[in-house]
Every structure is written in structure tokens, then in C-alpha cells.
Design a protein around this ligand. Structure first.
Ligand code: GDP
Ligand code: MG
Length: 191
């Protein structure tokens, strides 16, 4: 799961899980290509995208002088799964061996938050014990249609020992920060 390629770049396997329609593919697309498609096609099985980013070597070095700050490169290998029930049995193939799981719901659809809790429990039982969980309330641009309070999402994340974020794949809000945060929390190889 944790690997480095011939250039020595560390890679991190990230899996996106959650109901169909919550915006998993849109989040991956926004992060990797900075695009948004209002009528995206639903994912068949799963799809894969990757992007390399540079992050500070030490988490505290944001306080240091920028000119002396050391960086390292991380390749995020993002597995975007299909949310439909018929593909559900495939999910373990994608989350086993992943270091990070991003569980996505749509802040305007309470049922998608219920589904997210099922995913979280499944992961607690079947995934790597040190899997980093991120709970992501997507479509923050639709605030006027919100039906899951931010506090409810945050509370659940706290219970699950997960990080909580809200994003909008549509306007980009929070997306790069979420993936950067993911990369920065993964331990440096060899440490
Ligand atoms: P997936 O099934 O979880 O991969 O969801 P998609 O990425 O295919 O998105 C489902 C629908 O929601 C598409 O019409 C997207 O354009 C739309 N969508 C995704 N993210 C957002 C968002 O942040 N805001 C809004 N308003 N729509 C979004
Ligand atoms: Mg999709």
C-alpha cells in the first residue's frame, strides 16, 4: 500500500466511498484537473486518478522560514468507486490496502449521511486498523438546501476518530485542502 516509485516519490492510496450522486467523481475530477462537470456520468465499477503534490517535510515547518522549508513529493493514487448497491461487493478490493478512506455524503441528502455511517462501520470491521478516515460533507455550495447540520457531521466524525471536512466540487471550496490534509497526515516512509 505504501510504496515509492523509481523517482523515490512516496505514494498514498486513497479511496472515495459513499452513495451514488454525492459527488465522489466530481471531487476527484476537481482535485486532479480543476474541472467540474454539471452532468457527470455515473461511475461504472471504479475509476482511478492520480496526482502528485508537494508538502512540507515536517508538519510544523509552516512556521519556518519558507526559503529553508524542505518539501517532499507525494503521489495521491485516488480510487473513485461506484456507489450503487450492485457494485458494493467490489468495494473491499478498493479499500483494502488503502491508507486513507474519504467517506462522502451530500449535505442536502440525509439518506446519504445514513449510508456514510454504514460505510464507516464496514471499514472499522474490515479495513486496515490504521486507516485514516475522512468524513466529507460535499455540495457546500447548496447551503440553502442543507438538510444535515454541520454539527451532526462533526459530532459523528469525532465519534469515529475521523477528520471532518466540507467541500464543494462545484466551486472548489475545501477540495485541495482536503487532499493536502490527507497527504500530510500519512506518515513519511521509513518513519
Ligand atoms: P458520484 O456518484 O458520487 O461520483 O457523484 P458525481 O460526482 O457523479 O456527482 C453527482 C451529481 O452531483 C452530478 O450532477 C454533479 O455535477 C453534482 N455535484 C457533484 N459535486 C457537487 C457539488 O459540490 N455541488 C453541486 N451543486 N453539485 C455537485
Ligand atoms: Mg462517480
Amino acid at each position: 500500500s505504501m510504496a515509492s516509485d523509481s523517482t523515490g516519490e512516496q505514494s498514498v492510496k486513497v479511496v472515495l466511498l459513499g452513495d451514488s450522486g454525492v459527488g465522489k467523481s466530481s471531487l476527484a475530477l476537481r482535485f486532479v484537473t480543476n474541472e467540474f462537470k454539471p452532468y457527470s456520468e455515473s461511475t461504472i465499477g471504479a475509476s482511478f486518478m492520480s496526482k502528485s503534490i508537494r508538502i512540507p517535510v515536517s508538519p510544523s515547518s509552516s512556521l519556518d522560514d519558507k526559503s529553508t522549508q524542505q518539501e517532499r513529493s507525494i503521489g495521491l493514487k485516488i480510487w473513485d468507486t461506484a456507489g450503487q448497491e450492485k457494485y458494493r461487493s467490489l468495494a473491499p478490493m478498493y479499500y483494502r490496502g488503502a491508507q486513507v478512506a474519504i467517506l462522502v455524503y451530500d449535505i442536502t441528502v440525509p439518506a446519504s449521511f445514513v449510508a456514510l455511517k454504514e460505510w464507516a462501520l464496514e471499514l472499522k470491521h474490515n479495513a486496515l486498523p490504521d486507516l485514516e478516515l475522512v468524513i466529507c460533507g460535499n455540495k457546500s455550495d447548496l447551503e440553502q438546501f442543507r438538510r444535515v447540520d454541520r454539527a451532526v457531521g462533526e459530532q459523528y466524525a469525532q465519534e469515529m476518530d475521523a477528520v471532518y471536512v466540507e467541500t464543494s466540487a462545484k466551486d472548489g471550496e475545501g477540495v485541495a485542502d482536503m487532499f493536502r490534509g490527507v497527504a500530510m497526515r500519512v506518515p513519511m516512509m521509513g518513519s
